[in-house]
Ligand binder design. Structure first.
Ligand code: DGJ
Length: 544
């Protein structure tokens, strides 16, 4: 996509965060902007053909922003050679549909696995080492203890941010970036054990000492239990509990992701955040004897701030559980609330989640996950966003000064008192007039079936419905096989026409998933024949 000469916009012109009282606001083109967003499925944006049937759904839902993943494998198929064709198409599509974008960088890690690095990284175990879930057994998870992994990710992310500035630095379609996705893992590799047996880095100890009085309570508690030791191994300083493993892995991830974020910000410093479903340290568990966990979640916010200072926001993915409690935990220490993933679960349906996030916690934005999936468009979400859109000028004016709040209540809750400005409000639940919807029909019984064709030493085509398959090599060489590239598509006149690149949710970590064909949204015109998910092409790589 051609773009005007990339003049460097002044910092105040590009999307940025601004404090207003106790609140933090997203400022886009000089005005506060509330993200009424929705996150696309992991691999939806990888095919512009597939996106053609998605844009209308986003419009009908009443979004003003969409969260769209950018895969490392897709933008750097060969080392040093970049292809931004799909991303440019998504940016153009967003502009055509009057939407802003939050881009999700699926780089080294996605849900604790490495399914989005390019094949040239996945195949080279020597240059790009992996973690070990059990000692001696490689996992398909890039090691956070490798400079080569970190630097390759940082180079690709910097290239992405350089391109975003070049094509969008004046238009500001892209307003924020998520770096990686739901980072966490345990690592029993020799490199990890050596790190864990070593001293807590002075840089981290100095940061904790200088922020001792404002640390997140749970982190402070773990440190206080050993008398606020200022040197020693991770377990000597933080105790022989799961917290020591979490803090050590949190530091390892923070230093790595911090360098990635730094490289991206150096190209185009729009706001960047991390996401996690985590709520806190696993209580009462003994230490795993290795760095284990490390997610950018509330109890580790200080460690992540120390290791990755360029990250602006720590964001919760909130599905089940206690929604108000998760919102409260992620807004400690002044952390702004942006919820990149959620769904409506009783008692907090989507409308309740929307109103509560913006009203009670001055949220920057909220985004249900899988926004294009049935029953999209979600009329309850649309109505809630419509209310917030109308109230936006008032909300923005009243954020951070105590004159706005919200409640969320279920039928069993007693009346709830809240302070709003110079008043106390007592809120109670109103029984709905309409009956709850009838229970869903029982899951139909059906047979699963699939056909597999090997078309190369490490290549298959597979077609089927409802089958999950792993690949085990029968030829000499490394005994294990992982998925290198997976794509859906069809044959047209004998020629393979690829559609979306699949990874993350649409594949297992080491297995191909052929979903039930009738899972496809029946109202979406099939892009490639009976079902674009019916046929998949997979290439494999072997390891031990
Ligand atoms: C959380 C992840 O961040 C998403 O990408 C997705 O995998 C959901 N879990 C499950 O759909």
């Amino acid at each position: 996509m051609k773009s005007p000469p990339a003049s460097t916009p002044a910092a105040t012109e590009i999307p940025h965060l601004r404090k207003q009282g106790t609140a933090t606001q997203m400022i886009v083109d000089g005005k506060p902007f509330l993200l009424l967003a929705g996150e696309l499925g992991n691999n939806t944006p990888s095919s512009l053909e597939y996106m053609k049937s998605v844009w209308p759904t986003l419009l009908k839902t009443g979004l003003n922003s969409a969260l769209a993943a950018v895969s490392w494998a897709q933008i750097e198929p060969q080392e040093g050679k970049f292809d931004f064709g799909a991303l440019d198409g998504v940016i153009q599509g967003a502009r055509a549909n009057n939407l802003h974008l939050v881009l999700l960088w699926f780089g080294s890690w996605k849900n604790g696995e490495s399914t989005y690095p390019p094949d040239w990284v996945k195949r080279d175990f020597k240059r790009f080492p992996r973690t070990q879930r059990t000692e001696g057994q490689s996992a398909e998870v890039l090691s956070p203890f490798s400079d080569a992994n970190r630097d390759a990710d940082a180079r690709a992310f910097a290239a992405l941010m350089h391109h975003v500035k070049a094509v969008d630095g004046q238009r500001h379609t892209v307003i924020m970036i998520q770096v990686e996705n739901e980072i966490e893992t345990c690592d029993h590799s020799p490199a990890a054990r050596q790190f864990y047996a070593g001293p807590v880095p002075k840089e981290l100890m100095d940061f904790l000492a200088s922020h001792k009085d404002t640390l997140i309570p749970e982190l402070r508690e773990a440190w206080e239990a050993t008398g606020f030791k200022t040197s020693g191994t991770w377990e000597e300083v933080f105790g022989q509990t799961a917290a020591a493993g979490e803090i050590s892995m949190g530091w390892a991830f923070a230093r790595y992701v911090g360098r990635v974020a730094e490289a991206g910000k150096a190209e185009y410093p729009i706001p960047m955040y991390l996401n996690s479903p985590g709520s806190g340290f696993r209580k009462g568990q003994r230490a795993a004897g290795c760095p284990c966990g490390g997610a950018p979640m509330p109890d580790l916010m200080d460690v992540w701030h120390a290791g990755a200072p360029k990250i602006d926001i720590f964001s919760p993915d909130i599905y089940g559980g206690d929604y108000p409690l998760m919102c409260a935990r992620y807004t400690r220490s002044g952390n702004p609330l942006f919820i990149p993933e959620t769904r409506g679960f009783p008692p907090n349906n989507l409308a309740a989640r929307v109103l509560y996030a913006f009203g009670r916690h001055d949220a920057i934005g909220l985004s249900p996950m899988g926004i294009e999936r049935p029953p999209a468009p979600d009329i309850e979400l649309t109505s809630a966003y419509n209310v917030i859109r109308q109230l936006a000028p008032l909300i923005s004016a009243h954020q951070g000064d105590g004159t706005m709040s919200a409640v969320t209540l279920s039928a069993k809750d007693p009346p709830l008192k809240i302070k709003v400005g110079t008043w106390t409000l007592e809120a109670s639940f109103v029984m709905p007039r309409t009956q709850p919807p009838a229970p869903p029909p029982p899951t139909p019984v059906w047979n699963a079936a699939a056909i597999f064709i090997q078309t190369g030493p490490e290549e298959f085509y597979a077609a089927g419905t409802g089958v999950n398959v792993r690949f085990i090599p029968d030829t000499p060489g490394p005994p294990l096989a992982g998925l290198a590239t997976v794509e859906e598509g069809v044959f047209v006149n004998g020629r393979w026409v690829p559609g979306r690149r699949m990874a993350g949710d649409d594949t297992g970590s080491r297995s191909l998933v052929l979903p039930r064909l009738h899972d496809e949204p029946v109202d979406r015109p099939a892009l490639f024949g009976p079902s674009q998910k019916g046929i998949q092409r997979v290439t494999l790589y072997r390891f031990e």
